[in-house]
Write a protein that binds this ligand. Structure first.
Ligand code: GTP
Ligand code: MG
Length: 173
């Protein structure tokens, strides 16, 4: 958690993007509060949360921005991406369409974010293995092709959430 009174060495802005209902907000609350909410509501506008971690003996405050996947509720794009050093691009492994849209989200990042932004592709809801619609190999291939890092997570169980964020923050650092 937050360690009051300690000196922060760096603040890293990270944005979370992807289609509606893929679990962006739940991944964020798992990482920052170790919480999961079964009846979470769609995000409207922008919210952000922070968590401070130690990387190479430096205190890094991750300031993580979350907006709506739904176009009509989304934040102003340029302001959302301004200053972002990392992006978590999330799809739902049980919803093929959310993976098909990943290319569009990458285009939006390339258009609006800094060209050096570190991108982590996240296949969320790995706990729903029986409903899987996106093979891991397809996502691995896409990520390699586009130069993205990749992980499958479960915000519900907490699987790989910390490791994915820590990997992203380490790569930024
Ligand atoms: P928008 O704010 O509309 O863009 O959606 P979002 O991407 O923030 O999705 P949200 O985090 O609100 O989660 C959508 C739904 O998926 C909720 O009902 C969550 O409980 C559920 N959900 C999120 N993560 C997981 C997960 O890892 N596993 C399972 N089984 N359900 C999840
Ligand atoms: Mg949300």
């Amino acid at each position: 958690g937050e360690r009051e009174g300690e000196r922060i060495d760096y603040v890293f802005k990270v944005v979370v993007i992807g289609d509606s209902a893929v679990g962006k907000s739940q991944i964020l609350s798992r990482f920052t509060k170790n919480e999961f909410c079964f009846d979470s509501k769609s995000t409207i506008g922008v919210e952000f949360q922070t968590r401070t971690v130690t990387i190479n003996s430096k205190l890094i405050k991750a300031q993580i921005w979350d907006t709506a996947g739904q176009e009509r509720y989304r934040a102003v794009t340029s302001a959302y991406y301004r200053g972002a050093l990392g992006a978590m691009l999330v799809y739902d492994i049980t919803k093929r369409q959310t993976f098909d849209h990943v290319a569009r989200w990458v285009e939006e990042l390339r258009a609006h974010a800094d060209s050096s932004i570190v991108i982590m592709l996240i296949g969320n809801k790995s706990d729903l293995a029986d409903l899987r619609a996106v093979p891991t190999e397809h996502a691995v291939e896409f990520a390699e092709d586009q130069g993205l890092f990749f992980s499958e997570t479960s915000a519900l169980r907490g699987d790989n959430v910390d490791s994915a964020f820590l990997k992203l923050l380490e790569e930024i650092y």
